[in-house]
Design a protein around this ligand. Sequence first.
Ligand code: ADP
Ligand code: MG
Length: 691
Amino acid sequence: MDASFLNPKSIAVYGASTNGTSPATIILQNLLGQGFDGEVVAINPKYDRVAGQACFPSQTKAGTCADLAVIAIPPSAVSEAILDCGDVGTSTAIVITAGFQDGTDAGSTAHLVETAKDAGLSIIGPNCLGLIRPHLRLNATFQPTLPPAGGLALISQSGAICSAMADMAADQGLAFSLMLSLGNSISWGLPEALEAAGSDHQTKVILAYVEGVRRGDAFRAALRRACTKKPVIVLKAGRHAAGSQAAATHTGALVGSDKVFSAVLDEAGAVQVQTLGEMLETARLLEATRVTGARLAIVTNGGGAGVLTADRLSDRGLSCPDLPEDTALSLDEVLSPNWSRANPLDIVGDATPDHYEAAVQACLASDAFDAVLSILSPQSMTGPAAVAEVLVRARDTSDKPLLSCFLGGSNVASAKAHLRSNCIPKFDLPEYAIVAFDCAVRAELPTKMRNQEAASPSNRYTSKQLAALSPLPPGMLSDSTSRDLLAQFGVPCPIPNLAKTEADAVALAADLPGAAVLKVASPDVSHKSEVDGVRVNIEGPNAVKEAFRNIQAKLAMARPDATFSGVTVEEFISLPDSRELLVGVTRDPIFGLTITFGAGGTLVELIDDTSTALLPLTRDRALRLIERTKAAALLGDYRNMAAVDINRLVDVLIGVSDLSMQIPNLEEMDINPLFAAPEGIVAVDARIRIG
Ligand code: ADP
Ligand code: MG
């Protein structure tokens, strides 16, 4: 993959003409008129001169070999332009043209792909806005604005998002190193763009607008690498479109592609934002500064704004750390007597620029805080311009991030402009500042996290384990085969045995150390309790017989069409302080196997307390998977229940991960419930489906 086209010394524009409104002509004019100092060649067989300079029928005829070609001509003509590029040695073409057809004729996507391959060309697009490199004053798009040069790279599957961002950048205080619109991504797509932006020296922060990923593994790998180099902020659109697929297992119904995509981002260490606004605010902060810790001091001249801000911190799971007593004492000497003496530091309505200076400087200097947010609402004693000046000075004395939020309109406008021109990140509302702060904190996590990450999961298996795996028939495995496999991989579970008759059931139950559980056995039934097909804590031959008959009768009533194969008999597990959990595995069509953990039982879909990660798991990621659920709180000492050994639970998750990675065509696995108790962890119901 060659990304040298991002720094081209020469560009050929195919399709430039005397028609001032054609995309190619606009691109040519943007390149010529906005200060790009490389060579720009117009290519169009119909003209000798375009925009005051020579125009050539082809690069071959012109005797040029541009570093980059930009092609905006009708679809049927594009292949010829690609061949021309190939002939002279241009290695990358941005195809702006939209409207490629299905089929294989000239003007079809397939023909374009084929031609590009033959010519040895990388294609950006087709159907894209183009490329912007503000540092080179290069605007190879058909929108007019060259955004300010800075550290943000935007890679986008939407051209409109690119043009909107280019247009609003200056007003929003955003400055860019790169904007690349990917269009239909027939050769260059998100993975290549992430790679390129990750390696680009001008780029400090990567923003990605994503609608869909086609090459899951390549995306994952590129995202991981990019995240080790710089913060990556991802805005995913269409989160609700591809709902969960219907499936025979609980997990299948719980895990939609949206959760899987979030898991991919989380695993790599990318930060997911939910809205364009969140992306803009986060970008503004990260372009100005890196945030190395989550402890924020809030300095404000209005109590209300301070409380609102602290609320938003809590909403996002961040706390508002205490103000150290010595800092408070030192500020007592400077501030008005009724100041809050706590974080948020409410330095009250009559706060002067000097008061701001003292409070902000003290917080920046304190070990208790990683960053400071300074909020101002216009009041007569508080000169916004003077406070802005104070903040610029304070920022220069410290490495810590200083955020600002001057609430108001015309009274604070010039102060905000001053902050922006001095690169102090400013936010119109406190909640915007907190979104940005939270995302920026999370953007710094991947490097810290990965350093602690253990190596790959265990991949040595005993011959017994491997023998159990081969060969598994397609379809839903029986409960007993499923639990046999789990037991082989270190997931404790009672093994159910099939009883075809009442007598078999009595004999099997008599062999158990304690009471029995009888469950309906039918190839047509997946959720056994739905047909009232489970009897627990059954003791004695008569009770077993009765349970057998009863289960058979209930099945006949609930599902007259279903085959009754008998009942399975297994040990009744009764563990004090047991919690019911769920562990499931599903295969995502793009990203492969994923694991889901959460609260189990018969109400799982209703409760929907799960988190999802990609397989294979490491121990650290297994722990994170657990910690992200509400069920995690239930696993510690809870009310009068003793704690579950989390290490053992991690063992079980690793066992499931190992087993899943070893089954070649695994489609789904569902353990529900997994009993987790202080004494032990046991799976009492399992389904495995092979594709
Ligand atoms: P379903 O197919 O309806 O999910 P399960 O096999 O999960 O059926 O059984 C239903 C419920 O019965 C479980 O959620 C669990 O509470 C209880 N149960 C199942 N097997 C056992 C067992 N071996 N020991 C104790 N309780 C069990
Ligand atoms: Mg169950």
